[in-house]
Design a protein around this ligand. Structure first.
Ligand code: IDP
Ligand code: MG
Length: 133
């Protein structure tokens, strides 16, 4: 069993996809360990996406992620980190496999509906960042 951190981004909330997305994970057998809706602070987003700070689109990502409320969850399941990433799909929705969340609901990297931790190590850090545990 592994825990992983998921964020339904502001576009996912605005498009009213929260229920739809959570249903996919529940049907797959993931357990919701924690769940909250909040407006992210700029500082939190900058930390969360620090690996992108040299990219020209960094501030676009920061502005996008603070443009409205997000839903943050901890999901638990077998091989949780990798299976959730698989369900999320590639960063660029146009490269994402059909049936993945990004392929089904998004068109561009800049607004790709959902975040999921990319390794066990980052899951641990992100769970601490968003839920302080
Ligand atoms: P990931 O979300 O699939 O893990 P990362 O490389 O960690 O991808 O990038 C984090 C987020 O930054 C992406 O989900 C996307 O929203 C945004 N992003 C990444 N690459 C680009 C880009 O080339 N243009 C615009 N936004 C991007
Ligand atoms: Mg990432």
């Amino acid at each position: 069993m592994e825990e992983t951190l998921v964020i339904i981004k502001p576009d996912g909330v605005k498009k009213q996809l929260v229920g739809e997305i959570i249903t996919r994970f529940e049907k797959r057998g993931f357990k919701i360990k924690k769940l909250k809706m909040e407006q992210l602070r700029e500082q939190t987003v900058k930390e969360h996406y620090a690996h992108l700070k040299e990219q020209v689109f960094f501030m676009d990502v920061v502005n996008f992620m603070t443009s409205g409320p997000v839903v943050v969850l901890i999901l638990e399941g077998p091989n949780g980190v990798a299976s959730v990433r698989q369900m999320v799909g590639a960063t660029n929705p146009q490269d994402a496999l059909p049936g993945t969340i990004r392929a089904d609901y998004a068109f561009v990297s800049g607004s790709n509906i959902i975040h999921a931790s990319d390794s066990l190590e980052s899951a641990k850090i992100e769970i601490e960042r968003f839920f302080g545990e």
